[in-house]
Design a protein around this ligand. Structure first.
Ligand SMILES: C[S@@+](CC[C@H](N)C(=O)[O-])C[C@H]1O[C@@H](n2cnc3c(N)ncnc32)[C@H](O)[C@@H]1O
Length: 333
Protein backbone atom coordinates (compact mmCIF):
# COMPACT_ATOMS: atom_id res chain seq x y z
CA UNK A 1 0.00 0.00 0.00
CA UNK A 2 1.40 3.42 -0.93
CA UNK A 3 1.55 6.07 1.76
CA UNK A 4 2.43 9.66 0.94
CA UNK A 5 4.73 11.58 3.25
CA UNK A 6 2.84 14.81 3.40
CA UNK A 7 2.33 15.81 7.01
CA UNK A 8 0.07 18.64 7.92
CA UNK A 9 2.45 19.73 10.65
CA UNK A 10 2.69 23.45 10.06
CA UNK A 11 0.70 24.57 13.09
CA UNK A 12 2.32 22.17 15.49
CA UNK A 13 5.68 22.97 14.02
CA UNK A 14 5.24 26.65 14.73
CA UNK A 15 4.56 25.85 18.36
CA UNK A 16 7.63 23.66 18.41
CA UNK A 17 9.85 26.17 16.69
CA UNK A 18 8.78 28.88 19.09
CA UNK A 19 9.75 26.63 21.90
CA UNK A 20 13.23 26.45 23.43
CA UNK A 21 12.89 22.73 23.94
CA UNK A 22 13.62 21.90 20.32
CA UNK A 23 17.21 22.44 19.41
CA UNK A 24 18.27 24.38 16.37
CA UNK A 25 19.02 21.26 14.34
CA UNK A 26 15.58 19.89 15.00
CA UNK A 27 14.02 23.23 14.05
CA UNK A 28 15.90 23.29 10.75
CA UNK A 29 14.91 19.73 9.98
CA UNK A 30 11.31 20.53 10.73
CA UNK A 31 11.46 23.54 8.44
CA UNK A 32 12.82 21.29 5.66
CA UNK A 33 10.06 18.79 6.25
CA UNK A 34 7.41 21.46 5.79
CA UNK A 35 8.90 23.43 2.93
CA UNK A 36 6.39 21.94 0.51
CA UNK A 37 3.42 22.85 2.64
CA UNK A 38 1.00 25.32 1.08
CA UNK A 39 1.35 29.02 1.84
CA UNK A 40 -2.11 29.01 3.36
CA UNK A 41 -1.01 26.41 5.87
CA UNK A 42 2.21 28.23 6.63
CA UNK A 43 0.38 31.40 7.49
CA UNK A 44 -2.41 29.80 9.47
CA UNK A 45 -2.55 30.70 13.16
CA UNK A 46 -0.73 28.29 15.45
CA UNK A 47 -2.98 26.01 17.47
CA UNK A 48 -3.17 26.77 21.16
CA UNK A 49 -1.19 24.34 23.24
CA UNK A 50 -2.69 22.83 26.33
CA UNK A 51 -0.38 24.16 29.02
CA UNK A 52 1.33 21.42 30.98
CA UNK A 53 0.87 21.18 34.71
CA UNK A 54 1.89 18.83 37.46
CA UNK A 55 -0.91 17.25 39.49
CA UNK A 56 -0.45 16.40 43.12
CA UNK A 57 -2.61 13.72 44.72
CA UNK A 58 -5.10 15.10 47.20
CA UNK A 59 -7.14 13.14 49.76
CA UNK A 60 -10.42 13.84 47.90
CA UNK A 61 -9.14 11.69 45.02
CA UNK A 62 -9.35 8.74 47.39
CA UNK A 63 -13.11 9.12 47.63
CA UNK A 64 -13.42 7.90 44.02
CA UNK A 65 -11.57 4.76 44.99
CA UNK A 66 -13.51 4.07 48.13
CA UNK A 67 -16.82 4.17 46.26
CA UNK A 68 -15.69 2.35 43.16
CA UNK A 69 -15.73 -1.24 42.02
CA UNK A 70 -12.50 -1.63 40.08
CA UNK A 71 -11.87 -4.06 37.26
CA UNK A 72 -8.74 -6.13 36.89
CA UNK A 73 -6.42 -6.91 34.00
CA UNK A 74 -4.68 -10.24 34.49
CA UNK A 75 -2.03 -11.22 31.98
CA UNK A 76 0.25 -14.24 32.39
CA UNK A 77 2.65 -13.85 35.28
CA UNK A 78 2.10 -10.10 35.61
CA UNK A 79 0.69 -8.83 38.89
CA UNK A 80 -3.06 -8.11 38.58
CA UNK A 81 -3.63 -4.49 37.54
CA UNK A 82 -6.71 -2.71 38.83
CA UNK A 83 -8.43 0.13 37.04
CA UNK A 84 -11.62 2.16 37.02
CA UNK A 85 -13.78 1.25 34.06
CA UNK A 86 -14.82 3.94 31.58
CA UNK A 87 -18.47 3.26 32.33
CA UNK A 88 -17.91 4.61 35.85
CA UNK A 89 -17.26 8.01 34.28
CA UNK A 90 -20.30 7.82 32.05
CA UNK A 91 -22.49 7.15 35.07
CA UNK A 92 -20.97 9.70 37.38
CA UNK A 93 -19.87 12.47 34.98
CA UNK A 94 -22.30 15.13 36.29
CA UNK A 95 -21.01 14.73 39.85
CA UNK A 96 -17.35 14.76 38.97
CA UNK A 97 -14.92 17.60 38.95
CA UNK A 98 -14.35 18.04 35.21
CA UNK A 99 -13.11 21.54 34.45
CA UNK A 100 -12.23 20.51 30.88
CA UNK A 101 -15.79 19.21 30.29
CA UNK A 102 -14.21 16.11 28.80
CA UNK A 103 -16.58 13.66 30.43
CA UNK A 104 -19.72 15.42 29.25
CA UNK A 105 -18.36 16.03 25.73
CA UNK A 106 -17.30 12.43 25.14
CA UNK A 107 -20.71 11.24 26.24
CA UNK A 108 -22.71 13.72 24.14
CA UNK A 109 -20.45 13.31 21.08
CA UNK A 110 -20.07 9.57 21.65
CA UNK A 111 -16.46 9.84 20.52
CA UNK A 112 -13.16 8.24 21.54
CA UNK A 113 -11.19 11.28 20.37
CA UNK A 114 -11.90 14.99 19.97
CA UNK A 115 -8.69 16.43 18.54
CA UNK A 116 -7.13 19.06 20.77
CA UNK A 117 -9.92 18.68 23.32
CA UNK A 118 -9.94 15.06 24.42
CA UNK A 119 -7.24 12.67 23.21
CA UNK A 120 -8.75 9.37 24.24
CA UNK A 121 -7.27 8.66 27.65
CA UNK A 122 -10.43 7.51 29.44
CA UNK A 123 -10.59 4.13 27.76
CA UNK A 124 -7.90 1.47 27.64
CA UNK A 125 -6.72 0.94 24.08
CA UNK A 126 -5.57 -2.37 22.58
CA UNK A 127 -1.95 -1.20 22.42
CA UNK A 128 -1.76 -1.16 26.21
CA UNK A 129 -2.79 -4.83 26.33
CA UNK A 130 -0.29 -5.65 23.57
CA UNK A 131 2.53 -3.98 25.48
CA UNK A 132 1.56 -5.69 28.73
CA UNK A 133 1.62 -9.05 26.95
CA UNK A 134 4.98 -8.19 25.44
CA UNK A 135 6.43 -7.30 28.85
CA UNK A 136 5.04 -10.54 30.26
CA UNK A 137 6.42 -12.70 27.45
CA UNK A 138 9.82 -11.08 27.70
CA UNK A 139 9.81 -11.33 31.52
CA UNK A 140 10.87 -7.71 31.85
CA UNK A 141 11.36 -6.09 35.23
CA UNK A 142 12.18 -2.46 35.84
CA UNK A 143 14.33 -2.43 38.91
CA UNK A 144 15.86 1.03 39.46
CA UNK A 145 14.61 2.34 36.10
CA UNK A 146 13.25 5.82 35.46
CA UNK A 147 10.11 5.34 33.42
CA UNK A 148 7.78 7.64 31.50
CA UNK A 149 4.28 6.45 30.59
CA UNK A 150 3.64 8.93 27.78
CA UNK A 151 -0.01 9.46 26.83
CA UNK A 152 -0.76 7.19 29.76
CA UNK A 153 -4.57 7.25 29.97
CA UNK A 154 -5.38 4.70 32.69
CA UNK A 155 -1.66 4.36 33.38
CA UNK A 156 -1.44 0.56 33.44
CA UNK A 157 2.04 0.44 31.88
CA UNK A 158 3.46 2.89 34.39
CA UNK A 159 1.70 1.08 37.23
CA UNK A 160 3.27 -2.19 36.13
CA UNK A 161 6.70 -0.54 36.06
CA UNK A 162 6.06 0.80 39.56
CA UNK A 163 5.06 -2.64 40.82
CA UNK A 164 8.12 -4.16 39.20
CA UNK A 165 10.62 -1.92 40.93
CA UNK A 166 10.99 1.26 38.87
CA UNK A 167 12.69 3.98 40.88
CA UNK A 168 10.64 6.76 39.30
CA UNK A 169 7.52 6.72 37.14
CA UNK A 170 6.14 9.80 35.45
CA UNK A 171 2.62 9.64 34.04
CA UNK A 172 1.63 12.11 31.31
CA UNK A 173 -1.74 12.56 29.64
CA UNK A 174 -3.08 15.40 27.49
CA UNK A 175 -6.15 15.84 29.70
CA UNK A 176 -6.07 16.93 33.31
CA UNK A 177 -9.44 15.21 33.80
CA UNK A 178 -7.88 11.89 32.82
CA UNK A 179 -4.93 12.36 35.17
CA UNK A 180 -7.08 13.42 38.13
CA UNK A 181 -10.10 11.19 37.67
CA UNK A 182 -8.45 8.07 36.31
CA UNK A 183 -4.65 7.83 36.38
CA UNK A 184 -4.05 8.96 39.96
CA UNK A 185 -6.94 6.90 41.38
CA UNK A 186 -5.69 3.85 39.45
CA UNK A 187 -2.18 4.24 40.83
CA UNK A 188 -3.55 4.39 44.37
CA UNK A 189 -5.91 1.48 43.77
CA UNK A 190 -2.92 -0.63 42.86
CA UNK A 191 -0.81 0.68 45.71
CA UNK A 192 -3.60 -0.22 48.06
CA UNK A 193 -3.63 -3.81 46.80
CA UNK A 194 -0.01 -4.06 47.82
CA UNK A 195 -1.10 -3.49 51.42
CA UNK A 196 -1.58 -7.30 51.79
CA UNK A 197 -2.74 -8.27 55.27
CA UNK A 198 -3.15 -4.59 56.12
CA UNK A 199 -6.32 -4.67 54.03
CA UNK A 200 -8.09 -7.32 56.06
CA UNK A 201 -9.60 -4.82 58.48
CA UNK A 202 -9.68 -4.52 62.25
CA UNK A 203 -12.13 -4.03 65.10
CA UNK A 204 -10.51 -1.29 67.18
CA UNK A 205 -11.99 1.74 65.44
CA UNK A 206 -8.80 2.65 63.62
CA UNK A 207 -9.09 4.23 60.16
CA UNK A 208 -10.87 2.31 57.41
CA UNK A 209 -8.51 -0.34 56.05
CA UNK A 210 -8.48 1.00 52.50
CA UNK A 211 -7.66 4.55 53.51
CA UNK A 212 -5.10 3.45 56.06
CA UNK A 213 -3.21 1.30 53.58
CA UNK A 214 -3.34 4.04 50.97
CA UNK A 215 -1.80 6.44 53.43
CA UNK A 216 0.84 3.85 54.21
CA UNK A 217 1.56 3.53 50.54
CA UNK A 218 2.01 7.23 49.99
CA UNK A 219 5.71 6.43 50.10
CA UNK A 220 5.12 4.47 46.92
CA UNK A 221 3.63 7.61 45.46
CA UNK A 222 6.89 9.39 46.15
CA UNK A 223 8.16 7.50 43.16
CA UNK A 224 5.37 8.89 40.91
CA UNK A 225 4.64 12.22 39.32
CA UNK A 226 1.64 13.14 37.22
CA UNK A 227 1.44 15.65 34.39
CA UNK A 228 -1.21 16.84 31.97
CA UNK A 229 -0.86 18.96 28.86
CA UNK A 230 0.45 19.05 25.34
CA UNK A 231 3.78 17.33 24.66
CA UNK A 232 5.48 20.60 23.64
CA UNK A 233 4.63 22.22 26.90
CA UNK A 234 5.20 19.01 28.92
CA UNK A 235 8.76 18.93 27.65
CA UNK A 236 9.33 22.53 28.68
CA UNK A 237 7.90 21.89 32.14
CA UNK A 238 9.93 18.73 32.78
CA UNK A 239 13.14 20.38 31.64
CA UNK A 240 12.49 23.43 33.79
CA UNK A 241 11.97 21.18 36.83
CA UNK A 242 15.10 19.14 36.20
CA UNK A 243 17.26 19.95 33.16
CA UNK A 244 19.25 16.74 33.61
CA UNK A 245 16.32 14.32 33.81
CA UNK A 246 16.39 11.40 31.36
CA UNK A 247 14.22 8.29 31.29
CA UNK A 248 15.63 4.79 30.84
CA UNK A 249 12.35 3.66 29.43
CA UNK A 250 9.43 5.36 27.71
CA UNK A 251 6.20 3.44 27.18
CA UNK A 252 3.77 4.95 24.73
CA UNK A 253 0.67 3.20 23.48
CA UNK A 254 -1.59 4.36 20.63
CA UNK A 255 -0.13 7.86 20.45
CA UNK A 256 0.87 8.13 16.77
CA UNK A 257 -2.57 8.45 15.23
CA UNK A 258 -2.21 12.15 14.42
CA UNK A 259 0.67 13.25 12.18
CA UNK A 260 0.36 16.83 13.48
CA UNK A 261 1.83 15.61 16.75
CA UNK A 262 4.87 13.79 15.35
CA UNK A 263 7.36 16.69 15.80
CA UNK A 264 6.49 17.17 19.47
CA UNK A 265 6.38 13.43 20.17
CA UNK A 266 9.77 12.96 18.54
CA UNK A 267 11.16 15.92 20.49
CA UNK A 268 10.05 14.33 23.78
CA UNK A 269 11.84 11.10 22.85
CA UNK A 270 14.90 13.00 21.65
CA UNK A 271 15.25 15.22 24.70
CA UNK A 272 14.11 12.92 27.49
CA UNK A 273 15.38 9.44 26.62
CA UNK A 274 18.69 8.46 28.20
CA UNK A 275 21.58 7.60 25.91
CA UNK A 276 21.02 3.84 26.18
CA UNK A 277 17.32 4.10 26.89
CA UNK A 278 14.50 2.54 24.90
CA UNK A 279 11.05 3.62 23.78
CA UNK A 280 8.43 0.86 23.55
CA UNK A 281 5.64 1.99 21.26
CA UNK A 282 2.40 0.17 20.48
CA UNK A 283 0.34 1.21 17.49
CA UNK A 284 -2.04 0.20 14.76
CA UNK A 285 -0.84 0.14 11.15
CA UNK A 286 -3.25 2.91 10.31
CA UNK A 287 -5.80 5.03 12.13
CA UNK A 288 -8.74 5.50 9.80
CA UNK A 289 -10.37 8.89 10.08
CA UNK A 290 -7.36 10.45 11.83
CA UNK A 291 -4.64 9.63 9.30
CA UNK A 292 -1.54 8.57 11.23
CA UNK A 293 -0.10 5.14 11.71
CA UNK A 294 3.08 3.12 11.84
CA UNK A 295 4.31 3.62 8.27
CA UNK A 296 4.01 7.40 8.36
CA UNK A 297 5.67 7.53 11.77
CA UNK A 298 8.51 5.29 10.57
CA UNK A 299 9.11 7.62 7.64
CA UNK A 300 9.13 10.60 9.97
CA UNK A 301 11.63 8.95 12.33
CA UNK A 302 13.85 7.86 9.45
CA UNK A 303 13.94 11.41 8.06
CA UNK A 304 14.97 12.74 11.46
CA UNK A 305 17.81 10.20 11.54
CA UNK A 306 18.11 10.21 15.33
CA UNK A 307 16.55 6.86 16.28
CA UNK A 308 16.68 3.35 14.99
CA UNK A 309 13.15 1.99 14.88
CA UNK A 310 12.83 -1.78 15.14
CA UNK A 311 9.81 -4.04 14.84
CA UNK A 312 9.39 -6.28 17.89
CA UNK A 313 6.00 -7.82 17.29
CA UNK A 314 3.16 -7.83 14.75
CA UNK A 315 -0.37 -8.82 15.65
CA UNK A 316 -2.65 -9.73 12.85
CA UNK A 317 -6.10 -9.86 14.37
CA UNK A 318 -8.33 -7.52 12.34
CA UNK A 319 -6.47 -4.26 11.81
CA UNK A 320 -2.75 -4.99 12.06
CA UNK A 321 -1.10 -3.87 15.29
CA UNK A 322 2.56 -3.51 16.12
CA UNK A 323 5.06 -3.10 18.88
CA UNK A 324 8.25 -1.28 17.95
CA UNK A 325 11.25 0.01 19.85
CA UNK A 326 13.26 3.19 19.31
CA UNK A 327 16.89 3.54 20.38
CA UNK A 328 19.39 6.30 19.69
CA UNK A 329 21.40 5.44 16.60
CA UNK A 330 24.53 6.82 18.24
CA UNK A 331 24.13 4.38 21.14
CA UNK A 332 24.10 1.44 18.74
CA UNK A 333 27.31 2.27 16.87
C1 LIG B 1 -5.59 6.94 22.16
S1 LIG B 1 -5.08 7.49 23.73
C2 LIG B 1 -4.18 6.09 24.34
C3 LIG B 1 -4.23 6.01 25.84
C4 LIG B 1 -3.39 4.88 26.45
N1 LIG B 1 -1.99 5.03 26.13
C5 LIG B 1 -3.89 3.53 26.06
O1 LIG B 1 -3.21 2.82 25.30
O2 LIG B 1 -4.95 3.14 26.51
C6 LIG B 1 -3.77 8.58 23.25
C7 LIG B 1 -3.10 9.31 24.40
O3 LIG B 1 -2.04 10.10 23.89
C8 LIG B 1 -2.02 11.35 24.53
N2 LIG B 1 -1.78 12.39 23.53
C9 LIG B 1 -2.12 12.35 22.23
N3 LIG B 1 -1.72 13.47 21.62
C10 LIG B 1 -1.10 14.24 22.53
C11 LIG B 1 -0.45 15.50 22.49
N4 LIG B 1 -0.36 16.20 21.38
N5 LIG B 1 0.08 15.98 23.62
C12 LIG B 1 0.00 15.27 24.75
N6 LIG B 1 -0.59 14.07 24.86
C13 LIG B 1 -1.14 13.55 23.76
C14 LIG B 1 -3.34 11.54 25.23
O4 LIG B 1 -3.09 11.87 26.52
C15 LIG B 1 -4.04 10.20 25.13
O5 LIG B 1 -4.31 9.67 26.38
Amino acid sequence: MAFSFNFNISSQLKQSCNNDTLDEKEENENQDTTKNQSKAKETSAPKKVKEAQEHKYTPDLFSHIENSVPETVTIGALPPLLYLNESVFEQTAPERDDAEKVLSQTITQNSDLITGVYEGGLKIWEGTHDLLEYVDDEGKTFSGKRVLDLGCGAGLLGILALKRGASKVHFQDYNSTVIEQLTIPNVFLNCEEEGGDENKGDEDGSPAPKRRSMEKNLTLADRCSFFSGDWVSFLTLIQSQDPTLKYDLIFTSETIYNTDYYPSLHAVFHKLLSEHGVVYLATKSHYFGVGGGLYLFERFVEEKNVFQIKSLRELDQGLKRHIVSLRFKKSLS
